[in-house]
Structures are given as C-alpha cells and as structure tokens.
Ligand binder design. Structure first.
Ligand SMILES: NC(=O)C1=CN([C@@H]2O[C@H](COP(=O)(O)OP(=O)(O)OC[C@H]3O[C@@H](n4cnc5c(N)ncnc54)[C@H](O)[C@@H]3O)[C@@H](O)[C@H]2O)C=CC1
Ligand SMILES: O=C([O-])C1=[NH+]CCC1
Length: 317
C-alpha cells in the first residue's frame, strides 16, 4: 500500500463542481492581499528540445482551503503529435501535512489546472466587471483553456451569446457544436475572424498563445473586460495599445515582476492584484473603463484546489 493517497485525473473530474471551485480560488486570490499566501515566482527549467519543467510550491493559510502543496508541471509540445495525442502540459500536485511536511496525497493535476484557471477568470470577471453587462462573451483560442473557460463562464454567468474563434476554424466550429449539445443551449457560435468575435463583446477570454497580437485595441468595446490567459514570453494575444489603454490587474505582483517584463515594457498600467479588489484596498474599474486580468497562475490556487479535492475525496464515495 502507498504511504499516501493517490487521486487520479478521473477521480478529480468526478469530484469537482464550479461553485466550490470558484469559492476556493476566490480565497486564494484574496490571500495574496491579506498576508495569507506564502509562495515564490514559478521556477522554470528549459530542457533539451525546448521542453519545459515548471515548479510552484506554496502554502495557503486559510481555515477552509489552507494547504501546503507543490505542483510540478511539464510542457512537451510534441505530445500533441503522438498517437494517440497527449496533452502538452502534464501536472502533478504533492499535498503535504501542514504540521509535519510529510506528503499525504499525490493528485494528478491536469483537470485541477484547467478548472482552477477558468475559475480564477470567473472570479476576476465577477470583481473587475461588477454590475457591468455580461451579454456577449468572446473566446479567442479553442484549445483546452478556451473550452474550459466556455463551460465555466456559461455555468457561472449565462451569457446570451458565446463566440469562439480559432486559428484553425474547424476547431472553433466543432467546439461550438459540442458545447451546444453538452450544455443543451444554442448560445455557442463560431466566428471566422478575430474582429467578428470580439466586436461588441462585454467580456473577452484570450487563450491562443499567439505571437502576433491577434486582438487589436480598435476591436475592443470601451468598458469591456478581458481575461488574458496565455503566458508566452515571446508574444501576447493582445496588442500593446490594449494594455496601455486598459486598467490591468494580475493575480500576484511577484509573478508579474518575474514573468511579465515584456508586458511592463509595453507601458501597461498594472493597477492591482485581483485580491486587492476583493479585499477592498483597490477600487474596481469604473463604468466605461476597459480592464484586463492578466492571468499567470500561482501556487496558492493549486493549494486551495488540492485541499478541496482531498477533503471531497474523503466524503464523496
Ligand atoms: N494563466 C494560467 O494560469 C494558465 C495559462 N495557460 C496558458 O494558456 C494558453 C493556452 O493553453 P491551452 O489551452 O492549454 O493550449 P492548447 O494548445 O490546448 O490551445 C491553444 C490554442 O491556441 C491556438 N494557437 C496556437 N498558436 C496560435 C497562434 N500563433 N495564433 C493563433 N492561435 C494559436 C491553437 O490553435 C489552440 O486552439 C497557453 O499560453 C498556456 O500557457 C495554461 C494553463 C494555466
Ligand atoms: O499556472 C499554470 O499552470 C500555467 N501558467 C502559465 C502556463 C501554465
């Protein structure tokens, strides 16, 4: 018998529901502004053939979602060309006993990463785009993050129309069709151009890893909110002017200083962490102000989800 619990991807998938996941990451986002988050910037090692190994250790001090955990994630882009294809990103979380530091569970972390990243965008949208219209959602990039964001946003906000664009158009068409079927709606539609997708959208999610700045500032409606998910040192999904004219928020400053110098160099106006708005120390963007949540991902989000999954695994049979 293993000296720790092993929680597989399929078990994680059985246990997660949006309401508790959103609640867990809301605690994690707030913790960075209240002194309850202990974490460092992500450590990244470049392996031969440009594969990557990331490590994110952290401790979240919280009665409900507190945990000591460390995530190890690899990025092997050529996995997508395997037969059958495998995800390029593969993550595992080691959850430790808070009083001894001894590992008590290993949790496979791909589902966890997908759910927590989309839930973080939901929380950012809830606080940065509060009491603003949420009729049209635009999703740029129909990969893993595009899909999970579509599901999370439709479950939590119920947009009238959810537009999806992808570089390979068929992928957007297929995703819209599948989601309409799975969620029993006709809200999902595919778009042929980025401009058609983004035009008049109230909320935008960019998850395309583009190098060529797909979303131009003139396409974005004044007062819209953008969740910029992609983290790519060699490019951004949004153009420089969109960063300059928007109020830009992040999940944690230390991560921004470490990983987002290329966006700071655009002259982006970083005004706060989402947790500062939740905690009330920074104001949310006003009416007519365009906002960006530049998502990076951070250890305490993984801690909160690992604790939630571990606790649910004990009680849900
Ligand atoms: N902020 C966070 O916490 C997290 C961020 N990410 C980031 O989200 C992004 C998307 O990740 P996944 O959905 O897992 O990847 P994926 O590979 O499943 O999807 C990426 C999508 O972008 C499209 N794409 C790729 N290159 C493009 C280009 N040059 N122009 C236009 N479209 C292009 C692809 O067609 C694909 O549909 C990545 O940058 C990843 O690093 C991923 C996990 C967590
Ligand atoms: O938090 C995360 O898993 C990631 N953030 C950017 C790439 C992957």
């Amino acid at each position: 018998m293993l000296p720790y619990k092993f929680i597989s991807e399929s078990r994680v998938g059985e246990l997660l529901e949006w309401e508790p996941v959103v609640d867990a990451v809301e605690h994690a986002l707030k913790s960075v502004s209240t002194g309850c988050a202990f974490q460092s910037p992500r450590v990244k090692i470049v392996l031969p053939e440009s594969n990557l190994l990331y490590s994110t250790p952290g401790y979240l001090k919280d009665d409900k979602y507190g945990a000591l955990a460390s995530r190890v994630m690899t990025k092997f882009p050529s996995n997508r060309r395997l037969q059958p294809p495998r995800s390029a990103l593969n993550a595992n979380i080691s959850l430790m006993d808070e009083s001894t530091g001894v590992v008590k569970a290993i949790i496979q972390g791909n589902e966890l990463t997908d759910w927590r990243t989309a839930a973080v965008s939901v929380v950012a949208t809830k606080h940065l785009h509060k009491e603003k219209p949420k009729e049209i959602l635009a999703i740029i990039g129909a990969g893993i993050q595009g899909r999970i964001h579509a599901i999370a946003f439709q479950t939590c906000f119920k947009f009238r129309e959810v537009r999806i664009w992808n570089r390979t158009g068929k992928r957007a068409v297929d995703l819209a069709r599948k989601l309409n079927h799975e969620l029993k709606t006709d809200a999902f539609v595919s778009c042929e151009t980025v401009s058609d997708c983004v035009k008049n959208a109230d909320v935008i999610v960019t998850a395309a890893m583009a190098k060529e700045m797909l979303v131009k500032h003139e396409m974005v409606k004044k007062g819209a909110h953008i969740n910029a998910i992609s983290v790519n040192p060699s490019g951004t999904d949004l153009d420089e002017e969109t960063y300059r004219i928007s109020k830009v928020f992040c999940d944690h400053w230390t991560g921004v200083e470490h990983e987002l110098q290329h966006i700071i160099a655009f002259g982006a106006k970083f005004v706060g962490q989402v947790g500062d708005v939740i905690a009330g120390s920074v104001q949310a963007p006003g009416a007519g102000e365009t906002s960006i949540f530049q998502s990076l991902g951070m250890a305490v989000e993984d801690c909160a989800l690992a604790r939630l999954i571990y606790d649910l695994d004990q009680i849900v049979k």
